[in-house]
Design a protein around this ligand. Structure first.
Ligand SMILES: [Zn+2]
Length: 565
């Protein structure tokens, strides 16, 4: 007798999803691995788990559901023990009146339906989903729901419930692991009067997540304090800590910040990417010409390279990518950072500590006595650091740093503000990169967009035919945001002889910018428009970018205002 799995496989062959050759290959693979052909087809990447689930749904005549679309009530985990859910491959999605809708791998498993029916005492309506999605749903649901302490029906055969503390451990681990998988940079745990809110910052935007009950909040915070070795008894003062988290072969450094609020301690976790995430300069997404300039610039034996932009504009990634590229045993590379964000092999990284007076300037002085070839100073934010950094680059060191200015040209005025004479800037500075991050349009739901003329005119796009831009319609992959991932948009000021003449002559920002443009400098917005025309980002993102560049960090860098010179 043919079982359902065989029907499913045959139907996929009939539909042309699986070629006869692949079918044969899968049969051999299944025989060798002791699995069934369905799993073998997935393992061989002939079909996806989703395609199998859809084929199965059609044959069984039950609806297929993409669980990513569902806000599942994790409290349903209290109605079915975890071991049962795992054994049967089933989880209650929602219960309305007398009917329970159950996500199942195999809705023809009548024994499973019977068993769930006994537990829930409801009419069972099975729907079919992808096994991988179901497993991840079951893991999330049980780790979050059990922390509520209402663990009603769910013990007996569940070893994890031996002490009251372990569900909290699982909930914290699950929250961080899910955030890492979602590509989040931060996790916010915010208690308010009646509920607990968990939000992830993904691609720079906060997104709400399913959260456990408010009663769990003190437990979560205690656990985070234990992980970061903080004072467990202190709940009325801000505390900062850090810990390492292992997940899926990655070691993630997590920085924890706790702040007491009227409803309890608010926690923000910053997830720091491992050095392995640092790619090559070509992966930064700079225009080709700029990549070439940048690569040439960082091979100079001495001089200063600045990257400017606000917090969260990707400056650190750009700098670390440059360091990683020139990193070799023959070079002594040292960094002073506040905080150290990514650990790099063979590079001596020093954490500045303002509380004990070990600030950038003082740390930089100490580091220069350690005979470095290359120095990265986290940020130049005062006159003293600016002067030591410039001196260091004039005396045979390659110095990388960041400045808080709006655009690349604005950094000249900023250095002058710090009291540096034009000749020192001219001799030290090799180039300045300004950058911002824009969101990438989700490539799973991209569609062309008829941008309104005024929106395009506002960012300076005039002669481009309507409909040559794109947007994301919204889909499960991008959580209906229409965006997935971010990329940098860049501009680079090269300190050419023509620029030097103008700095020496005390010309203002506008004059320097005009000259840089005549030498081929393209602005961040230009780069963004080029990327939008390639279908990578949207006009809406560029409008945001334009507003962000315009809302001056440093008024001196605005073209229409006279720069201090
Ligand atoms: Zn999408």
């Amino acid at each position: 007798m043919l079982d359902v799995a065989q029907f499913v496989v045959h139907s996929m062959v009939d539909d042309g999803l699986v070629s006869p050759e692949d079918f044969e290959r899968a049969q051999e693979h299944a025989a060798r691995a002791g699995t069934d052909v369905e799993d073998a087809l997935i393992a061989l990447k002939v079909v996806t788990g989703r395609q199998v689930a859809i084929a199965r749904a059609r044959i069984c005549e039950y609806p297929y559901v993409d669980l990513d679309w569902f806000e599942v009530d994790f409290q349903n985990a209290l109605r079915v023990p975890k071991s049962v859910a795992e054994r049967l491959g089933a989880f209650p999605l929602f219960i309305l009146g007398d009917v329970a809708t159950i996500a199942m791998e195999d809705p023809l498993n009548l024994q499973a339906i019977d068993e769930i029916n006994q537990l829930l005492r409801r009419q069972i309506e099975p729907i079919i989903c992808e096994p991988a999605q179901l497993n991840s749903l079951i893991n999330r649901a049980y780790s979050l729901a059990r922390t509520t302490g209402l663990a009603g029906v769910d013990h007996d055969d569940d070893e994890e419930l031996t002490t009251g503390e372990e569900p909290i451990v699982a909930a914290v681990n699950q929250t961080i692991a899910t955030a890492i998988d979602a590509g989040a940079s931060d996790v916010h745990i915010n208690p308010d009067e009646h509920s607990l809110n968990i939000r992830y910052r993904i691609d720079g935007v906060l997104q709400s997540q399913q959260a456990p009950d408010l009663s769990v909040h003190p437990g979560l915070i205690q656990r985070l304090k234990v992980m970061s070795q903080l004072d467990l008894t202190q709940t009325r003062r801000p505390q900062d800590g850090k810990f390492r988290f292992n997940h899926a072969d990655q070691v993630i450094d997590v920085r924890l910040s706790l702040l007491p609020t009227v409803y309890g301690e608010n926690a923000v976790l910053r997830l720091l990417r491992p050095a392995a995430a640092i790619g090559s300069i070509h992966d930064l997404g700079m225009p080709n010409e700029m990549t070439a300039w940048f690569e040439k610039m960082i091979t100079k034996p001495h001089g200063m390279i600045l990257v400017t932009g606000p917090t969260g504009s990707g400056k650190t990634t750009t700098l670390y990518t440059a360091l990683a590229q020139i990193n070799s045993p023959s070079r002594n590379i040292m960094t002073i950072e506040d905080p150290v964000e990514i650990r790099l092999p063979m590079i001596r990284q020093v954490q500045a500590n303002h509380e004990i007076g070990f600030d950038f300037a003082r740390a930089l002085r100490s580091i220069l006595r350690q005979d470095p070839d290359v120095v990265l100073v986290g940020e130049i934010r005062d006159e003293e650091t600016a002067k030591i950094a410039v001196q260091a680059s004039l005396t045979g060191h390659l110095v990388f740093s960041t400045l808080h200015t709006n655009d690349a040209v604005g950094s000249v005025a900023r250095l002058l503000d710090f009291g540096l004479p034009p000749f020192a800037i001219n001799n030290a500075l090799l180039g300045v990169i300004a950058q911002r991050l824009v969101r990438c349009v989700c490539d799973k739901c991209v569609e062309s967009e008829e941008s309104p003329a005024e929106a395009m005119a506002a960012i300076g796009v005039h002669d481009v035919p309507r409909g040559s831009f794109v947007r994301g319609r919204g889909c499960p992959r991008c959580m209906n945001t229409g965006y997935h991932g971010r990329m940098g948009v860049f501009e680079m000021l090269r300190i050419t002889s023509g620029i030097k003449v103008r700095i020496e002559a005390g010309e203002n920002t506008t004059v320097i910018r005009e000259h840089a443009t005549s030498e081929g400098m393209r602005t961040m917005l230009d780069d963004g428009i080029a990327k939008a025309q390639l279908g990578l980002t949207s006009i809406a993102e560029l409008a945001k970018l334009n507003a962000a560049i315009d809302s001056a960090l440093v008024p001196a860098s605005r073209p229409e205002k006279k720069a201090a010179a």
